[in-house]
Structure formats: structure tokens, C-alpha cells
Design a protein around this ligand. Structure first.
Ligand SMILES: [Zn+2]
Length: 250
């Protein structure tokens, strides 16, 4: 695979890099977006389950859906793309991940700084007292779990119609404004406000590299668009970074 010289020069000199990732990178681990998925939940759209009104109306059903998703996610593994991102931590001064994915795969791959714009399926909290629960903290009995205080526990996921977590978003914007290269991976980056992140990087002078299966709306705004599987492209980039920077990438 041949890369643009301009990109290689940036890769050689960069100190801080940011990966902004979306569903595409998880799809390569077999995690679907549950749109048009077959099986049990095929008749319901994610919008109909992943919203607060649905949860209040039918918490047991929403929990059952999340348990199903957790099972799929727990059985999935981070892929070569996730691992390459984590590996690059040893080649650059700073590698930050800002993700729209809720599957925890970046952390499982070893990435240390991960900002989760849409929450994390492994975390939950009580609607009443705010107490946090790890998904392993309670055994699921087919019913939506309750906190000791009697409040309902919900997944710590940003549902349709909800705001993104302010601190994670602010941290992502700051990282974007401060980085030398921003990689946008597996996302068309069209859903606002998250879509702002690559644009913040671009207007702050970062070199924006898109890694997607096909052209997106971002392609014409990125400095460089590399089309193909992130699980194939990112390991090559990690390798290249290691060579031209003369630093070992594990
Ligand atoms: Zn509580």
C-alpha cells in the first residue's frame, strides 16, 4: 500500500494524534448497528428502544435488548484496527481516542485515553441517586434492575434525543484542537454535534485523515482519504509510523 508523501511527512513529525471512531471499526469485529439486523429484534428500530420514553414505558424490554447487545459485544473481540490504534501509543507522545461507539473495544484493545461520546454499555447508573453500576455488579433476572434506593438503573448510554456528555465532548474538542493528525475511522461523521470534532481539528490546523470503506461527506473536507478496511489499513500505518519515527511499535 502506497501512501501520499505529505501524509508520511506528517506522520514523521506528529507528536499528538487523535482517532475519532464510529460504527465502521466495530463492524469489523462483527458488531452491527442493529439496523436491519435479523433475528429477535429485527422488527424494532434502535430509535424505538434507545430512548428515555421507551425505557419508562417498558424498562424490562429495553433491558432485555441491552442484555442481548451486551452478549454480542462480550463475545466480540477488538480487531486489528483497534489494536493498531493502541499500539501507536508507543510511537507518539499522545494518542487519544474519541469514539461514538459504546462497545468498550478500544479499552479492551489497550487504548488508555478514550472519550466516549455516546456512553459505554458496560456502565449503568441509578436514575434516582446517580449511583454507578458496572454491568457485572448485578445478575440480570429478565427484569430491569433496581438500585438499593429503589430507583431504576439505566444503561449509561446516550439515547436518541439526549445530549452528549459535556465533559467527554469538551475533552474531545480540546484534543481535536490540539492534535497534529486526526484520523477519522469508520464514520461518515455527519451526525452533529459529534461531527464537529473532525472540523475542529481541521480548522485548528491538524492534518485530517479519513479511513473509511467508501467516500463520505467528510472526504472532500479531509486532507487525505484512505478507502478500505480499518483493520487492514491501520496496522500498516502503525508499522509505517514505527519505522519512519524509529520507535518501536509493539
Ligand atoms: Zn439509587
Amino acid at each position: 500500500m502506497e501512501f501520499k508523501k505529505e501524509f508520511l511527512d506528517k506522520l514523521r513529525c506528529a507528536d499528538k494524534i487523535v482517532f475519532f471512531t464510529g460504527a465502521g471499526i466495530s463492524a469489523e469485529s462483527g458488531i452491527s448497528t442493529f439496523r436491519g439486523a435479523d433475528g429477535l429484534w429485527s422488527k424494532l428500530k434502535p430509535e424505538e428502544l434507545a430512548n428515555f420514553d421507551a425505557f419508562l414505558r417498558n424498562p424490562d424490554m429495553v433491558w432485555e435488548w441491552y442484555q442481548y447487545r451486551r452478549k454480542i459485544i462480550n463475545e466480540s473481540q477488538p480487531n486489528a484496527g483497534h489494536k493498531a490504534i493502541a499500539d501507536m501509543q508507543s510511537a507518539f507522545e499522545s494518542v487519544i481516542v474519541s469514539t461514538q461507539n459504546i462497545d468498550n473495544l478500544h479499552r479492551r484493545a489497550g487504548s488508555k485515553t478514550v472519550y466516549e461520546l455516546h456512553g459505554n454499555i458496560e456502565r449503568n447508573y441509578c436514575l434516582n441517586c446517580g449511583k454507578k453500576f458496572d454491568s457485572k455488579d448485578f445478575s440480570y433476572t429478565g427484569k430491569a434492575p433496581l438500585c438499593d434506593c429503589g430507583g431504576r438503573i439505566r444503561p449509561d448510554i446516550v439515547w436518541f434525543g439526549e445530549f452528549l456528555p459535556e465533559d467527554e465532548f469538551a475533552a474531545s474538542e480540546k484534543a481535536a484542537a490540539d492534535c497534529d493528525i486526526m484520523f477519522v475511522v469508520g464514520t461518515s461523521a455527519v451526525v452533529y454535534p459529534a461531527a464537529q470534532i473532525p472540523l475542529v481539528a481541521r480548522s485548528a490546523g491538524a492534518y485530517v485523515v479519513e479511513v473509511n470503506m467508501e467516500e463520505t461527506d467528510l472526504s472532500r473536507r479531509a486532507n487525505y482519504s484512505i478507502l478500505g478496511k480499518s483493520g487492514e489499513i491501520l496496522p500498516i500505518i502503525a508499522n509505517m509510523a514505527s519505522q519512519i519515527r524509529n520507535k518501536e511499535v509493539k
